[in-house]
Design a protein around this ligand. Structure first.
Ligand code: AKB
Length: 318
């Protein structure tokens, strides 16, 4: 990767990925972007790298930034998540699908490589729930999931039809101590840490016994970088690889946190919309194809992630 544009750079993945990419490739080679003007952004813009306003619904804005900065790689993170998508499916479709189409078209015209995250949401109730294979039934029941399957297919199409080097992974719920997620179903697994430390009590909106795949952010960033650095001819699958690091239900993460914060308590107030989404997703996915094709291997499990999250959040919140 030589010159990288990140869309949705102020979000949960983008804000950490930017710092990591600056560390590896240098600040001159990274351009961050989001849909707002710099002085109007509600989230923190990272000062070390150039920032541009890029509304992914405006192809001319994408093309101009790609042209001006001589971008050769686009990491396209601008997207709406699952629960927020159910509240406004039309908006989700517009941003997730038309935004992706515009990015792919610019990538085709300007010969850019592109990374697009898919999600465990690309699976649905008729998918095998345990050890979900790489290639299996994908009939999701959420608008977010439908946009993710369509995105995977569209990216494959651009690779086969136009030779655009498209790559992606199916991310599980991502847990981090830097930026909060917004509007996802797996968000509880981030908020639980904040509440454990701030108030000592958490009301969980996902029912006990609901298993979902999860991953600590450092592993997610490594997945993006490692996949993008793999020789193209090693990849049989492109869009998108199953990747996971752990699978737990609310009780298991609660017990793990309680080892560090003994007075921590938890009760439940289930959000029916989120619960329905969670019930339609796998309990655990099989990521052996990613391990085989590009050497994917996570470093953190539930125990090591919990220790690190609590240590980092204690510093941040004090
Ligand atoms: C969500 O919950 O919507 C996301 C995801 C799994 O894609 N975190």
């Amino acid at each position: 990767m030589n010159k990288i544009l990140i869309t949705g750079a102020l979000g949960q993945i983008g804000s950490e990925l930017t710092l990591k990419l600056i560390e590896i490739y240098g600040s001159k080679n990274i351009v961050t972007s989001s849909h707002c003007n710099r002085n109007e952004c509600k989230k923190k813009v990272i000062d070390e790298a150039p920032y541009e306003k890029v509304d992914v619904l405006k192809p001319e804005e994408i093309a101009e930034v790609v042209e001006n900065h001589k971008i050769d790689t686009i990491i396209h993170l601008a997207s709406i998540l699952s629960a927020k998508g159910e509240a406004n499916p039309h908006r989700l479709w517009n941003i997730n699908m038309n935004g992706l189409y515009n990015i792919l078209e610019v990538a085709r015209e300007k010969r850019c490589r592109i990374f697009v995250p898919s999600s465990i949401a690309a699976f649905g109730p008729s998918t095998p729930m345990d050890n979900t294979p790489q290639d299996t039934i994908q009939r999701p029941s959420t608008i977010y999931g439908i946009s993710k399957v369509s995105g995977e297919l569209l990216c494959d199409y651009y690779f086969h039809r136009f030779g655009v080097d498209t790559r992606g992974v199916r991310f599980p719920g991502l847990i981090s101590h830097v930026a909060l997620p917004g509007g996802g179903t797996t968000d509880y697994a981030v908020h639980i840490f904040y509440e454990a430390l701030k108030t000592g009590h958490f009301t969980c909106n996902i029912r006990a016994g609901t298993y979902m795949d999860m991953m600590y952010m450092p592993d997610a960033l490594n997945a993006i970088i490692k996949l993008m650095e793999t020789d193209s001819d090693k990849l049989t699958h492109r869009n998108a690889f199953n990747v996971t690091a752990m699978s737990f239900d609310p009780e298991e993460i609660y017990k793990e946190i309680k080892k560090h914060i003994p007075h921590f308590t938890m009760d439940y107030e289930v959000d029916e919309v989120k619960q329905k989404i969670a019930d339609s997703w796998p309990n655990s996915i099989d990521d052996s194809v990613a391990r085989k094709e590009w050497g994917w291997k996570p470093e953190y499990n539930l125990s090591s992630m919990t220790t690190d999250m609590i240590e980092k959040l204690r510093k941040k919140l004090n």
